[in-house]
Design a protein around this ligand. Sequence first.
Ligand SMILES: NC(=O)c1ccc[n+]([C@@H]2O[C@H](COP(=O)([O-])OP(=O)(O)OC[C@H]3O[C@@H](n4cnc5c(N)ncnc54)[C@H](OP(=O)(O)O)[C@@H]3O)[C@@H](O)[C@H]2O)c1
Length: 295
Amino acid sequence: MKVLVVGASGQIGGHLVQRLRAAGHEVRGTYQTKQVPGLEALDLDDEAALRAASRRFAPELVILSAGWTWVDGNEDDPEASRRRNCDRPLLLADLCAEQGARFVTYSTDYVFDGERGGYREEDPTGPLNVYGEAKLALEEGLLARDAGHLILRTSTVYGPERQGKNFVYQLVRRVRAGLPFRVPTDQVACPSYGPDVAQATLDLVERGASGLWHVVGPDALDRGAFARLVCEEWGLDPAGIEFKPTAELGQRARRPLQASLDTSKLAAAGISIRGVRAGLRAMREAAESGAWAAP
Ligand SMILES: NC(=O)c1ccc[n+]([C@@H]2O[C@H](COP(=O)([O-])OP(=O)(O)OC[C@H]3O[C@@H](n4cnc5c(N)ncnc54)[C@H](OP(=O)(O)O)[C@@H]3O)[C@@H](O)[C@H]2O)c1
């Protein structure tokens, strides 16, 4: 199958490309700022380039793992947030529909207000920040089209990656270097092992899935507890970490506090994401093997 991965230089995108190629698919991928050999440059802000890229390769499947993921940055620029995280993804979905290609993309637990956690796919939403609002508008736009698009809500993605920028990398580097690192103690979510999220994406595509799916790990834990497990795995002393409630952190965008997602639907399809301890162990081993960035 001919597959286009938009955002192939990112953490989920990198694993998608690797797995798709290993399965024998013909894959093209894009980056925006982090040039990777074999990938093409593409900026979602450049509408003409987006149209050209989707036509040039005539893909049968397009997976959009690109997005503007800096939550506080989105808060400062709602217009860019809406364009990059909603409008351009919808345009790409429409181009796919015109060309008869399947379209898959990612959303977030930040579409919920975090009042209670354990959310199912059909539960009422209520984003607290600009990033969550843009992603919710994307979900609603895709579902309204009733065109078989597939949307995976994920959360706190970690694991080995090319750029080495996810929470675990940042924590390990800073704690090792004796630099300050602040972690909220009251933001509960379901950390999700990136390579498993990529695999689950491909499994859902293979099953012909469409609509909304929660694709997160099985453990609901607060960021502080997650940080302690990272320290355990890497043999680091958590004493250097500043554990603080969200109210004291001064983050620009509001965060949902109880943002765990229910994955019964995913489990019923026979798909799961590994738990945090197993994920951190696998991440350390993969990073040490030299195949991905080392923390
Ligand atoms: N990471 C999480 O915890 C998390 C949680 C919930 C949902 N999600 C969603 O899952 C998806 C994948 O996340 P990820 O963790 O793989 O993200 P990531 O590692 O930050 O990668 C983002 C990708 O998007 C590309 N990109 C960013 N801005 C772009 C633009 N304007 N035009 C074209 N490409 C652009 C990046 O390119 P360069 O790096 O080359 O600039 C990179 O390839 C995103 O939609 C994200 O919102 C992620």
